[in-house]
Design a protein around this ligand. Structure first.
Ligand code: PMP
Length: 429
């Protein structure tokens, strides 16, 4: 008897026929291969109508929740009165740039683009231009986008740690050679390289919290040390706050840490799901990118009105006094609940996170760098998440990926998720 393919199956087959792998981004094809047809607030709905509490959150944008009505309305209003003009200054863009400068410690001026990769690309080009140097330093475990200068050494296999680990064929060998990769939180390693090659280093770029490997908290002295070393050697310090910007505060995580870089990159949550990124920082540096300046910066869709309006609405909502307390309280509720569960079940597991970010590693502390995370039991990590998905809790079933809570999540959502986690962990212990 012929069986009819499910709606999901039909969509997957059509996508795979016309799109390589059926997806448009490297980390989207994971098992189980689900098709989501609706996203609302804290929830995703698959093509069969099943509901999932969403903690993947598209790697972080929907900080206020999916399809937030105020954000959507403001974006639609903007687009109804003006779409893409492509010449001159725009009123909303100017307002947004001012707002960001008021909130972000390092922001004296702002340039808008569309994705985090574009922002880090521009930041590194600018750093090379103003220093006249070629080399950059990044850290093992940090991800800064898909371009050649930084697409290396994120989740490296053990035998690739400590050597160049490019993530794609076709990258320029010169780009790989000019990127030095060091261990996170290891100031002595950076000091040594700066001592030997400081006059050749254009920039140090880092995720302030390397969320691309879950959550590794930076030592304040490490970040302050990077600030001191880059100043001393006239290199540019770049904080990649693509994940942390707005999520951990309107001033980014740099405000909490009390260290100010020369340049900051932001994306993801800043427009709650609309494509928008920003390169912000010292005015004397960003002014190189003005039209006619020596550093070229451009893009047809830069500062797109829908995204800019969405970002202004997002900021207004985040400025409300209850917003961050709600995000941080739910994060604490989740982490505390998981910690109690790990103890009760006597598991070799560690709860990590900050603010609205959380995850459960299947390993014991300490977790200070990527090298420590090689001890994580990747198989159990993925098995645990696949079991949660069966229970309607969506955490991306890929090793070391973080989870995000949004303003739309409620204490009841967290408790429902904790109950599901308890059921899964019971079967593990
Ligand atoms: N920097 C960081 C810290 C990121 O997490 C990402 C995306 N995961 C990027 C840069 C690149 O951003 P995009 O995917 O928007 O190009």
């Amino acid at each position: 008897m012929a069986t009819t393919a499910s709606r999901s199956q039909q969509i997957i087959e059509q996508a795979q026929r016309y799109i390589p792998g059926g997806v448009s981004s490297a980390n989207r094809l994971v098992e189980p291969n689900l098709v989501f047809t609706r996203a609302q607030g804290a929830y995703l709905f698959d093509a069969e109508g099943r509901r999932y509490i969403d903690y993947h959150a598209a790697f972080g944008p929907p900080l206020l929740g999916h399809c937030h009505p105020e954000v959507q309305q403001r974006a639609a209003e903007a687009m109804a009165s003006i779409d893409v003009v492509g010449v001159g200054s725009s009123e909303l863009e100017a307002q947004l740039a001012q707002k960001i400068c008021e909130h972000m410690p390092s922001a004296e001026k702002v340039l808008f683009c569309n994705s985090g990769s574009e922002a880090t690309y521009a930041a590194l080009r600018l750093a090379r231009a103003v220093t006249g140097r070629q080399k950059i330093i990044k850290f093992q475990g940090c991800y800064h986008g898909w371009h050649d200068a930084v697409l290396m050494n994120v989740i490296s296999p053990a035998d690739k740690v400590g050597q160049p680990d490019p993530l794609s064929a076709g990258m320029l060998p010169q780009a790989i050679e000019n990127t030095l990769v060091l261990p996170f939180n290891d100031l002595a390693a950076v000091e040594q390289v700066m001592q030997e090659q400081g006059s050749e280093i254009a920039a140090i770029i880092l995720e302030l919290i390397p969320h691309n490997i879950g959550t590794v908290l930076p030592h304040q002295e490490f970040v302050q040390g990077l600030r001191d070393l880059t100043s001393q050697h006239h290199a540019v310090l770049i904080f990649d706050e693509v994940v942390t910007g707005f999520r951990h505060g309107l001033g980014g995580y740099q405000k909490a840490l009390g260290v100010t870089p020369d340049l900051t990159t932001m994306a993801k949550a800043i427009a709650n799901g609309f494509p928008l990124a920003a390169l912000v920082g010292r005015a004397d540096l960003l002014d190189h990118c003005r039209p006619g300046g020596d550093v070229f910066f451009a893009g047809t869709f830069n500062a797109h009105p829908a995204s800019v309006a969405a970002s202004l609405a997002t900021i207004e909502i985040l400025e409300r006094p209850d917003s961050y307390p709600h995000l941080f309280d739910l994060g604490t509720r989740m982490r505390d609940g998981l910690t109690a569960m790990v103890q009760r079940h006597g598991l070799r597991a560690t709860v990590a996170g900050f603010g609205s970010v959380f995850l459960l590693y299947f390993m014991e502390p300490p977790i200070e760098s990527y090298e420590d995370l090689l001890r994580n039991d990747a198989e159990t990590f993925v098995t645990y998440r696949r079991a949660l998905i069966k229970r309607g809790i969506y955490e991306l079933p890929v090793n070391l990926k973080r989870n995000h809570i949004s303003l739309a999540h409620t204490a009841a959502d967290i408790d429902e998720s904790l109950a599901a986690a308890d059921a899964v962990l019971t079967s593990f212990s």
